[in-house]
Every structure is written in structure tokens, then in C-alpha cells.
Design a protein around this ligand. Structure first.
Ligand SMILES: [Zn+2]
Length: 137
């Protein structure tokens, strides 16, 4: 294979990569809940690890999930308990929504953000990497 053919091959490979993987260096890996069900309840084992990775308030994430899934959630020692049986996929898809909305910078797609209270009941995601701010409800 000649060099120019090789370049073309590389170009076509890069063109197939999703846009967000280009230019951001290492890609942030969305955390996942480890959970199990018992009776009519769902237990999340690694809630603290997830919130510390996301650097978000535990109560904020609990409120978000409770509202999105329409299920009461209580804290039980180091575990978080949802008062319904849920499959991990539905929990983790809500966690992905939360991460995209409240953690990932809308501009540079990095997770190095802080959340602050803005005006009119909005919160703002402030990026440490690029300085962008975006308002979220
Ligand atoms: Zn940014």
C-alpha cells in the first residue's frame, strides 16, 4: 500500500468517528449505577461513587431521579433505595440524561464543570476548561 492510499484510508476512518470524539482528547466515560432489586425495591450500591465522579450534590441527583422516574427514593446508610422495581437500563438512561444536562459542558464536552445558582430559578453549568456557561432548569 502506498503512503497516499494509507492517508486516504486514515481520512475515511476518521470521518466515520462520532464528532464528539474528535479533538477532545480522552473521552469522558459516563458512570453507571450498580443496582439490584429485592422485593419491590431497587437498591443502588455505588451512588456515592457516581456522585463523586460527577462532582454533583447527592440530593440533587436523588431529586432528579425521583422526579424523572416518578418514584420515591430514600437513603439507607450508604445505599440509595428506590421504592419500586426498576431495570438497570432505565435507571442508567436517566443517569445519562442527568450527566449530559448537568455535568457535561455544552461547548467543549468536558465534564470539568461546576453548577451554580443563576437567576430566575435557573442553574448554570460553568465550565472550568473553557469558561462556557449554560443555563439549565
Ligand atoms: Zn467547556
Amino acid at each position: 500500500m502506498t503512503d497516499s492510499n494509507y492517508d486516504k484510508l486514515l481520512d475515511s476512518l476518521y470521518a466515520k468517528l462520532p464528532a464528539k470524539a474528535v479533538g477532545t482528547g480522552e473521552r469522558f466515560e459516563y458512570p453507571k449505577f450498580e443496582c439490584f432489586t429485592e422485593g419491590t425495591k431497587t437498591f443502588i450500591k455505588n451512588f456515592d461513587a457516581v456522585v463523586s465522579k460527577l462532582r454533583r450534590d447527592k440530593v440533587m441527583l436523588i431529586k432528579f431521579l425521583s422526579k424523572e422516574l416518578a418514584v420515591p427514593i430514600v437513603q439507607d446508610a450508604d445505599r440509595v433505595v428506590l421504592q419500586r422495581r426498576l431495570v438497570p437500563e432505565s435507571l442508567n438512561s436517566k443517569l445519562d440524561d442527568f450527566t449530559t444536562k448537568y455535568v457535561i459542558c455544552k461547548e467543549c464536552k468536558k465534564p470539568d464543570t461546576n453548577i451554580i445558582d443563576g437567576e430566575h430559578g435557573f442553574k448554570q453549568v460553568v465550565c472550568e476548561a473553557c469558561g462556557a456557561r449554560s443555563s439549565v432548569k
